[in-house]
Structure formats: C-alpha cells, structure tokens
Design a protein around this ligand. Structure first.
Ligand code: DGL
Length: 273
C-alpha cells in the first residue's frame, strides 16, 4: 500500500472483455501503467453463482495486489454485481466497479425516465443495477433484459451477422416496447455490438458504454487521491497482461477488443498467489 503515483492500475475481468475498459483507459489516461488479469481458465462468470464469483474475484484482487497496484478496477459486470461490496469491505485499496459509472451516466442522459439495462444472466439476476438506481432515490423506471448469447457471438466475431440481429431483436424488443430512451450496455462485450444494438433499438435510444465512464471515474479517483501518474517523455508506461489459461486465444482475440494485438501475455495460477 502507499500512495506512489508510479504504481500501476490493476484491472481484472473474467477473460478478454475487460480489454474494452483498457481501450478507454489508454485514451483517457495514456500515461498510467496497467496490470491486467483475464481469468480465462474460469470464464464465463455470467452463468455462475454469487459464491463462486466472490471466490474468483477475491483471488483476482489478491493477485493484483501482489503486483503492488494502486487501485483495482473490476472490469467485469458480473463480478462487479456480485463482489464489489464484499471486496470493498475486505480490502483497504480503492476498488472501482463498472455498475455505478454506467448508472450515473444513464441518469444524466434519460429524458423519459425509462432506462433499459442488458447484461449476463448473473448481472441481471443479482439486482445490482436495480439497487444502484434505488440507492440514488431516483424515480426512473428500469427495465432489464438478459442477453446470454451476446458474449459467445462477440467472441466468435458475429458482430453484424443475421443470426445476431435475430437474437438481438428477440432480446431487445421488450425494452423497445417499454419505451426506454437510454440503454446501459451492462457487460464487457456489448460495446462491440453497439452498431447492431443501435440498429435494433432505433436512432432515438442513447446507448451507455460503461467502459468509457469507468475510465473517466478512474481519472477522477486518482486525481482526488493525488496518485495520478505524471506524463514522462522518455519511457512508455508499463503494460502487463496475465491470463489463467494458455495465452494464444487471448492474444489473437485482443485485436477485436483492444484494437491491437497484445503480445507477451503470461499464464498464471491465481489460486497460488
Ligand atoms: N465479463 C463478463 C461481464 O461483463 C462477460 C463474460 C462472462 O460471462 O464472464 O459480465
């Protein structure tokens, strides 16, 4: 612990999807060193129980703290939904989840007070979004939809296929019918389906990409704690990527999620940290 600004931001996700958060961090905080952990051996989290996701998330945080990070971002919506309050109680480090920043943005955006949220089975079932809205005493009406097939579609690269469109219509039509004017993309993978989701929902609906909101929130927190890295002209900030299964699949999919391929991904066993 300590407050040396040079220490890295630690990020974990159930796998590759958290790279959508890394992509936004690189735009907003390009000078920050990053340590990323993708729990690829145990993905997906989206259909697992609270207890299991708590256990995995705790191990992931311990791994990142072992790398002396100054702040932890839970890039995974499922892990944020189930584990954030528990992790905040158990660790002294600042820990950010992806639920609150999306909720704040949605409340600023909505005009009709009717907001949609889409996510994995676990995220929607956890009620985390509903709690986040009710904690703010907001009068908005929230409509949720589980979209479990979106994650495999994105990983298969079916971003604009007819099959994806058909499934998207089935998942999203009830939200359209409910008259939402704002839709939170409550899963790491959904930003990649933005064009498809926008087509199905129509031009009047604003899509909230939590990844960008999380990066902005991270900047705010680092600034308020006085631990924002200062830009240095000489050296490129450290970027380290770890996974819990063999790295090849992660490396090749990274192009889709990050816009470029990450190399030198190391395999680790987080249960042994
Ligand atoms: N990262 C997960 C999320 O944002 C999606 C993938 C999974 O189910 O593990 O909910």
């Amino acid at each position: 612990m300590g407050n040396n600004p040079k220490r890295a931001i630690g990020i974990f996700d159930s796998g590759i999807g958290g790279l959508t958060v890394v992509r936004e961090l690189l735009k907003i905080l390009p000078q920050e060193p990053i340590v990323y952990l993708g729990d690829t051996a145990r993905v997906p989290y989206g259909n697992k129980s609270r207890e299991t996701v708590l256990k995995f998330s705790t191990e992931n945080v311990l791994f990142l703290l072992h790398h002396d990070v100054k702040l932890v971002i839970i890039a995974c919506h499922t892990a944020s939904s189930f584990a954030l309050p528990f992790l905040e109680r158990h660790f002294k480090h600042p820990i950010l989840g992806v639920i609150e920043p999306g909720v704040e943005m949605a409340l600023e955006t909505t005009r009709s007070g009717r907001i949609g949220v889409i996510g994995t089975n676990a995220t929607i079932g956890s009620g985390a979004y509903l709690h986040a809205f009710s904690r703010r005493n907001s009068k908005v009406k929230v409509f949720q939809a589980r979209c479990p097939l979106f994650v495999p579609f994105v990983e298969e690269g079916y971003l604009s296929d007819p099959v994806t469109r058909q499934v998207a219509s089935r998942y999203l039509n009830p939200l359209k019918a409910a008259g939402v004017d704002t839709l939170i993309l409550g899963c790491t993978h959904y930003p990649l389906l933005k064009p498809m989701i926008a087509r199905v929902m129509g031009p009047r609906i604003t899509l909230i990409d939590s990844a960008r909101q999380v990066a902005l929130k991270t900047k705010e927190v680092l600034q308020s704690m006085g631990i924002l890295s200062q830009p240095r002209n000489s050296s490129r900030p450290l970027r380290r990527f770890f996974v819990t299964d063999e790295p090849r699949h992660f490396e090749s999919l990274s192009v889709r999620f990050l816009g470029r391929r990450v190399g030198d991904v190391a395999k680790v066993d987080v249960a042994k940290t």
